[in-house]
Design a protein. Structure first.
Length: 277
């Protein structure tokens, strides 16, 4: 008896160094009737190293809808299936969401076999704190990228992106436009022989002169709160008093927080303080 129940297993695999695989991941991959993988040739490097002979089914973004009928049929028959990606945890910026929802719809059990993740690895190395927003791959076109970064700029958390190394300079130009005053951490080839890390302020970050390869994981620090100097405080408070004569507290908070790029709470407290006068 394997000890594994029938159903679909979401299995994390190494993000670079093959020795980072877990004992449980090896066991379930050996026990499974089939392994769903993005690139069979790529996955075979890992499977051969650990003498895993399980049959493979190609499962990627171009065929995941077509593969549903066969996969659900196997699960109906009581088979054990494992889903892996080329690296790290499946579904995070990788195929898998469609089959998971189909399993939920058909009441098939889904299990996790956690392990390596480039997201958690990069966040732990960056030193920006434990509150972050994972976006995944950024848009490739100028227009869509500007829309996304403009929305992300208002978030109060660190931001995590995947970026193709070949396009890093394209993205750096936009980071400097939207994330001034923040710090950036760039992780390249994590856990591999040539792993490299870059730490810099976004303002001082230069374009790379040599072409990088592979996929980068980027962490942008949380937005640094603006400090108010005593002279600015008096000026802002006077403006609040002036606006309160014509506008509601809600309107003043909205207007002044955007104008001065300050947290709404600061403006609200000034409004309450001066509303009572």
């Amino acid at each position: 008896m394997s000890g594994f129940k029938k159903g679909l297993y979401i299995v994390s695999t190494p993000i670079g160094n093959l020795e980072d695989i877990t004992f449980r991941a090896i066991k379930i991959l050996r026990t499974s009737d089939f392994i769903l993988c993005e690139d069979t040739r790529h996955s075979l490097k890992l499977l051969n190293k650990f003498n895993i002979k399980t049959k493979l089914i190609s499962y990627h973004k171009f065929n995941e809808k077509k593969s549903l009928i066969k996969i659900i049929q196997y699960l109906n028959e009581g088979k054990i299936l494992s889903l892996i990606s080329d690296a790290g945890t499946p579904v995070l910026s990788d195929p898998g969401n469609i089959i998971i929802n189909e399993c939920i719809k058909n009441k098939h059990q889904i299990f996790t076999v956690p392990g390596p993740s480039s997201v958690s690895a990069a966040v732990s190395l960056a030193g920006f704190g434990d509150k972050f927003l994972f976006y995944g791959f950024l848009p490739k076109t100028e227009n869509e990228l500007n829309k996304s970064l403009k929305k992300l700029d208002i978030e109060g958390f660190s931001l995590v992106f995947f970026v193709p190394a070949i396009k890093i300079n394209f993205y750096i130009k936009h980071f400097k436009k939207y994330f001034t005053g923040r710090n950036i951490f760039i992780a390249r080839e994590m856990t591999k022989k040539y792993e490299t890390y870059y730490r810099q302020s976004v303002n001082n970050l230069s374009l790379f002169k040599t072409q990088l390869r592979g996929e980068l994981t980027i962490v942008i620090s949380q937005k640094i709160k603006k400090e108010i100097l005593s002279t600015d405080y008096v000026k802002i408070e006077n403006q609040v008093i002036k606006y309160l004569k014509s506008y509601t507290v809600k309107d003043v908070v909205e207007l002044m927080s955007k104008k001065e790029k300050l947290p709404k709470k600061i403006i609200y407290n000034l409004c309450i303080k001066n509303k009572k006068k």
